[in-house]
Design a protein. Structure first.
Lengths: 372, 376
């Protein structure tokens, strides 16, 4: 590798990126805007799921039960329906999520103290995650209400075992602290991969790849030259979004910034390997971009962001080892929230480096086959 | 607008898409493939919670407590801790979600009627998961106390628990078992069917980039004919992938399809129209494919995952809510779940269907305007 050749190539790439000022402006600003939007919408607990009540009892007791439902953060009372039919029409339309039916004999059964009062819950199961939250909240609210209302329930069974819980790292169980760093990692991923993936595909499509090939550059130099703008963009985005994450959203940075930066560098390099592989396989930018889309969806699914990796079936968990994004998200959380040091991180780093090296190697081979 | 010229353009686009085998696969089969992959990952009905237990009491009662907590598999003892636990390390490596410490003297306290202490240390990083795990643990402990009280009653001791339970019967409509796949597969259709729209944006940007756009301008084809022709070709590809995805959903994943096929095709075409409308606007604004892709991914694909009501209900936060309703995918998640699970017809789904139509036509008109301006 002669000095001068590689820097020249890198300079060419950066000039090209800089000249396309529309793209550069988008690349710099959109990720930050997206982080803000997504963090604000996903960084909170699920609250105020709409409830409608079919109150057949119309007593002080039934009103108390309704009030106890409304007092849960998760639920919000959205009117009273006269009949179950009417309520189910609201479910069909998606206007409410859960229907609570209080029977005629509710207050009577509650007062008599013999038969348990029967309450019926009908939930919209079309989104099971949300349905589950609504059901649990309604059950908890109603059980508590009945327990408090029932006479003779003075003995508090809970005092027999006193369960004390300590929550580490995030005592107020603030969802933001989990969601925002994950969004940060995901956006860095997305930007680097897309910038890297079109590199060669674009040259090929515009017919300028031949010119690059006839230049006295080695394959490695070509790849490094193409990697430079993606690397720059990835790290720049990372720093600007980290600033928003820490100062804007108040996510703590308990570990070492330098460590996180170093890991980000490794991760971005590995993703560029993937991008260049795609760029080498695809014949047109259109293909390259659609391949990025497919890869991004699969990677996101395996990353442990939407679904914790520990919950995956064993085979899929094994596959997730080869997804750098999964290691990157774990590392961001480990460093920012748990303040973890190199001892915990080294195996994530090793996995990223190994996967990245293999992928870049394959990419270099693919490229050489295509060039000859 | 001449039908003949429109047909010529549509055929030209069709040739483009079908000649490029990889592109054809990416537009038609890849969405169905993604649906399979994504659905498996999202189909997780029960999240298993790993416990690390330090039992300092070592009695039959403490062992019974642990076995009752773990009885149905929601909680699993991942590790029995012998010495002082290194909580930080356990959590950082993902070895456990909760460390449960049963202090010595637990049993004697509990049996003498005093409050016996139990200590749970929770990894709060995944706040939502941690909150749920903690609530579940509390209910398990409460149930254990109840069963302890009952067994003491059997021995003739005083009843400790007299509070009655409320009888709550619950029933989930549309998805009786609250099966995750049943609700995720129709929702994910909205995301994967965005691929034809992305391909359209790229195809258009490509023509601008390569300069072949100019050569079309000099032909007698009008701007409208050109755009509509292109749209029809990709719309057809999108409908094919929609039907493939429907087959995957019903045959492979056993998701019930309670609506009608005609409604499905109509509303899918409606969705494709809206998402392609956004693509056209993007394509008419930018000069090259790279920028087009970047915009489509950033303003369409990623927000769809988080804002469209796929996993969480549509946000209350005003900005996020406004963005959500501007996204075609938000409306299609409602439509798709309505068709598959609720068995609704077009008239019951008219609100999201009209929203898509408005987004679609509005964007087409806007993009036409932008193109005309460029051409003149």
């Amino acid at each position: 590798m002669t000095t001068g050749r590689l820097p020249n190539l890198i300079r060419k790439e950066l000039i090209q990126l800089g000249r396309d000022w529309v793209l550069s402006a988008f690349i710099i600003t959109l990720p930050v805007l997206q982080l803000i939007l997504l963090a604000r919408s996903t960084g909170s607990r699920i609250t105020d799921l709409k409830v409608t009540v079919v109150d057949r009892d119309r007593s002080a007791a039934s009103r108390g039960a309704v009030e106890s439902l409304g007092n849960r953060d998760e639920l919000a009372i959205d009117g009273i329906s006269d009949t179950l039919d009417q309520a189910e029409r609201l479910l069909d339309a998606g206007d409410v999520l859960i229907v609570v039916v209080i029977p005629e004999d509710f207050s009577e059964a509650l007062g008599r103290g013999s038969a348990s009062p029967k309450i019926q819950l009908v939930v919209d199961g079309s989104n099971d995650l949300v349905a589950d939250i609504a059901l649990r909240a309604a059950q908890a609210a109603l059980s508590e209400f009945v327990r408090d209302a029932a006479e003779g329930a003075t003995e508090d069974s809970l005092t027999l075992i006193d369960l004390r819980s300590t929550v580490r790292y995030n005592p107020s169980l603030d969802v933001k602290l989990f969601a925002v760093p994950a969004q940060l990692g995901f956006i860095v991923y997305q930007v680097t991969l897309t910038v890297a993936a079109v590199g060669f595909a674009r040259e090929r499509e515009l017919g300028t790849l031949e010119q690059l090939i006839v230049m006295p550059l080695t394959r490695l130099e070509l790849i490094l030259g193409k990697a430079a703008p993606a690397l720059l963009v990835g790290l720049l985005n990372f720093l600007s979004m980290l600033a928003v994450t820490v100062w804007g959203f108040g996510v703590p940075m308990r570990g070492s910034l330098l460590l996180l930066l170093a890991f980000t560098f490794l991760f971005v390099a590995a993703e560029i390997g993937y991008g260049i592989l795609i760029s080498g396989i695809a014949q047109t930018q259109q293909q390259a971009i659609l391949l990025v889309f497919v890869l991004a969806m699969v990677d996101m699914a395996f990353s442990g962001y939407l679904v914790p990796v520990e919950n995956l079936p064993a085979a899929l968990r094994w596959v997730s080892q080869f997804v750098p994004l999964r290691h990157y998200l774990s590392t961001i959380r480990n460093v920012m929230l748990r303040g973890a040091g190199p001892g915990v991180l080294w195996h994530h780093a090793a996995a990223v480096v190994a996967t990245g090296a293999v992928v870049t190697g394959v990419a270099a081979r693919t490229l050489s086959r295509r060039l000859d | 607008m001449s039908m003949r010229r429109l047909w010529v353009v549509t055929r030209k686009e069709f040739c483009h898409v079908t000649r490029d085998v990889r592109l054809l696969l990416l537009v038609t089969v890849a969405p169905a493939f993604l649906l399979v992959t994504l659905s498996y990952v999202f189909a997780l009905d029960v999240g298993r919670i790993d416990l690390a237990v330090r039992d300092l009491d070592q009695t039959s009662v403490s062992r019974e407590l642990v076995s009752q907590i773990t009885a149905d598999g929601d909680f699993v003892v991942a590790v029995w801790l012998e010495g002082e636990p290194d909580v930080e390390r356990l959590f950082a490596r993902g070895g456990a979600d909760i460390v449960l410490v049963i202090p010595s003297g637990f049993t004697s306290m509990a049996l003498s009627g005093k409050a016996a202490q139990l200590h749970a240390i929770v990894d709060g990083v995944d706040a939502m998961g941690a909150g749920q795990a903690l609530a579940l643990l509390e209910s398990r402990v409460r149930a254990f106390v109840g069963s302890m009280a009952r067994s003491r009653m059997g021995l003739g001791a005083e009843p400790l628990v007299t509070s009655r339970m409320v009888e709550i019967r619950d029933r989930a409509l549309y998805n009786g078992a609250l099966r995750s796949l049943t609700s995720m597969v129709p929702g994910l259709m909205a995301i994967i069917l965005a691929m034809p729209a992305l391909a359209l944006a790229l195809g258009l940007a490509r023509e601008k980039e390569m300069g072949s756009f100019e050569s079309i301008i000099v032909t007698p084809v009008h701007g409208v004919e050109y755009l509509v022709g292109k749209l029809l070709a990709y719309e057809a590809g999108g409908l094919v992938s929609g039907v493939l995805a429907l087959i995957v959903a019903t045959v492979w994943f056993n998701v019930p399809f309670r609506g009608s096929m005609a409604d499905f095709l109509l509303l899918t075409a409606d969705y494709l129209l809206a998402s392609m409308g956004i693509s056209l606007v993007v394509a008419s604004l930018v000069r090259n494919q790279q920028t087009a892709m970047f915009l489509v991914l950033m303003i369409f694909f990623v927000p769809s995952f988080f804002l469209a009501g796929l996993l969480r209900p549509i946000a209350e936060e005003p900005l996020a809510r406004a963005v959500a309703y501007a996204l075609p995918s938000t409306h299609f998640v409602t439509i798709s779940r309505g068709l598959f699970l609720k068995g609704l017809n077009v008239s019951a789904l008219r609100v999201p269907a009209l929203a898509l139509l408005v987004i679609g036509l509005g964007c087409q008109a806007l993009s036409l305007l932008l193109f005309e301006k460029k051409l003149s």
